[in-house]
Design a protein around this ligand. Sequence first.
Ligand code: ADP
Ligand code: ASP
Ligand code: MG
Length: 420
Amino acid sequence: MRIFKFGGASVKDAAGIKNVYDVLQKVGYEDVLFVVSAMGKTTNALEVVVKDYFEKSASLQSSIQEVKKYHNQILLDLFEDEKSPVFKAVNDLFSELDYFLNHNKSPNYNFVYDQIVSFGELVSTTILSHYMTYRGIKTNWIDVRNYIKTDATYRDAEVDWDATQKCIAKNIKRKVLNITQGFLGADENGFTTTLGREGSDYTAAIFAYCLNAESVTIWKDVPGVMNADPRYFENASLLNQISYREAIELAFYGASVIHPKTLQPLQKKEIPLYVKSFIEPLLPGTSVSKGADLEPHLPCFIVKKNQLLMSLSSIDFSFIMEENISEIFALLHQFKIKVSLIQNSAISFSVCIEDKFGNFNDLKTMLSKKFKVAYNENVSLYTIRHFNDKAAQMVEENKVVLLKQVSRETMQIVTKESID
Ligand code: ADP
Ligand code: ASP
Ligand code: MG
């Protein structure tokens, strides 16, 4: 079985969905399971709905309306007959969302978030599935919440591998085109959970692992994994082949083309991952598999914007010791703040962090009880794998370097943007 994943960019409008049909025609679709994300920026739009709901904002209705209108326009562009059952199917999903918003009593932000944002994937797969049927490709729509079982850590759920393996192995039909939602799962009470933003790649890997799939292909708006994000670096080049290990490193440091959790399950079973262009589906793209680290061997650049550089120092000039460090990390973990770089000296300790869940102020309050806390907001973290002098120079040009760290394969540079 092959697993395909189509992300938000590939299905952002009617033309994108038609293109998915063309891709399937070109590459074949028998014995395929295809995982789909929410369309375009729908997850962001649903995050606004969650925010408005909690803030009891007057704009709640208009933010919901925006999501509905966007999908409705896509439906009108795709289906000539407004009596097509897809209109009712999508409408029913939005009614379910309205019902939830009108009846929910839970004050738990993360729980409510998952119950709401999940409609993005439920709607996108419903539309895709009807569209494929309309064009003559029979699909088997499956509700991923019956397959991917997780704990109840809403917005960042952990997969329960045993339960998931059992559900998938027993119930997935082969020899048909299965279509399901990325990013979602369900806890043991049947409530919807999500696997973390951009988690649909991971969904594809979970299915691949549990089905012992032949391969996973993630279809992107770029030719494959490049040695830099072409949005930020001119002259980025395609990497034809990278090892699992190199891909894990690149994803870990923030190469957002692959979700970092995706690689481990694939590597365990040596299932190859292909990253290909949905615009040119017959080109080879990048293959991530066992073998050569990096082909061609080029410096790889990764940039993470909107980071925080926090430096802690002891109030009384005492050393920052193991026990302090473990306490600091316990707090970072508690507040779900991700650390991308660490540097320490005798009396100070610096970390470059990403505050995905907006918890930095609470963390700061806790840390200030024991340490002097200084920080720079809005810094960028550049990571260069397989660096050389020219690569470092290029990154540092026109920037204020706040911190730099070098190991054998990796250089990391924290900068404030442009000083010109
Ligand atoms: P999806 O539609 O699957 O969610 P994403 O937008 O998450 O796709 O990922 C594709 C984007 O990843 C590209 O448009 C590109 O800007 C970005 N990207 C970041 N790093 C790289 C890289 N090293 N190679 C290719 N693309 C990259
Ligand atoms: N729709 C989700 C997100 O935007 C998951 C994904 O696209 O991978 O984060
Ligand atoms: Mg994405």
